[in-house]
Design a protein around this ligand. Structure first.
Ligand code: CA
Length: 223
């Protein structure tokens, strides 16, 4: 799961960033409103954590512009003070939740999980592929009713591939699902995760398309 964090204060930003990575999320951290809008139009995120007090464009302006542009990604606003007006404006503009600084990082984590659940329940129901079922909101994968234990990144990868069976997903796109831009990632990491998934699901479950990426064939019933 990929999170965009927009926060101009170094200390707070680096704290949140480190915590989110520790919780297993891919994080992209930007420090002003203009670059946030720019990257929201270019990239896809699962959750946006948006500070209200930002240089260039404030968080509420970023939110309004993103919603006008049709970006439906859940937004968690960060406000410096408990200002009722900011909160009301934020929620009216299309924020899904807010946190008042200073907040506990475990609470931030809980809010993100709640947003993700709500959003995922709306957007993506359980994926059924043969005897395999993948439930995006509970993060559970079962094969023939047996629970399969998948680490977060393997789950994200499998989810991405199962969302578009019959289509080749490029390496870049898969890497982007797994990591933020600034994370120094070994280029073999993707292969390692694919290898692990194949060990659990069968060697031919995921197909390598040389020079392009990976794919899962359409299920029998769909062809
Ligand atoms: Ca700020």
């Amino acid at each position: 799961m990929r999170i965009l964090l927009v926060e101009d204060e170094e200390l707070i930003g680096s704290g949140i960033c480190a915590a989110l990575k520790h919780f297993g999320y891919a994080v992209d951290w930007l420090r002003d409103g203009t670059s946030a809008i720019h990257s929201l139009k270019m990239e896809k995120f699962d959750v946006i954590i948006l500070d209200i007090g930002l240089p260039k464009k404030n968080g509420l302006e970023v939110l309004a512009e993103a919603r006008q542009y049709g970006i439906k990604t859940p937004v968690l606003l960060l406000t410096a003070r408990d200002t009722v007006m900011d909160r009301i404006t934020g929620l009216d503009t299309g924020a899904d939740d807010y946190l008042i600084k200073p907040f506990d990082l475990t609470e931030l984590h809980a809010r993100i999980r709640a947003l993700q659940r709500r959003f995922v329940d709306r957007a993506t129901p359980t994926i059924v592929y043969g005897s395999l079922e993948l439930n995006p909101s509970s993060h559970a994968v079962t094969v023939g009713g047996n629970l399969l234990n998948l680490p977060r990144r393997e789950f994200a990868l499998l989810h991405k591939l199962l969302e578009s069976t019959g289509q080749v997903i490029s390496r870049e796109s898969l890497m982007q699902t797994l990591y933020g831009w600034d994370e120094d990632v070994d280029s073999n990491t993707l292969e390692v995760h694919i290898h692990n998934l194949r060990k659990k699901l069968g060697l031919n479950f995921i197909r390598t398309v040389r020079g392009v990426g990976y794919m899962i064939d359409k299920a029998m019933s769909e062809t």
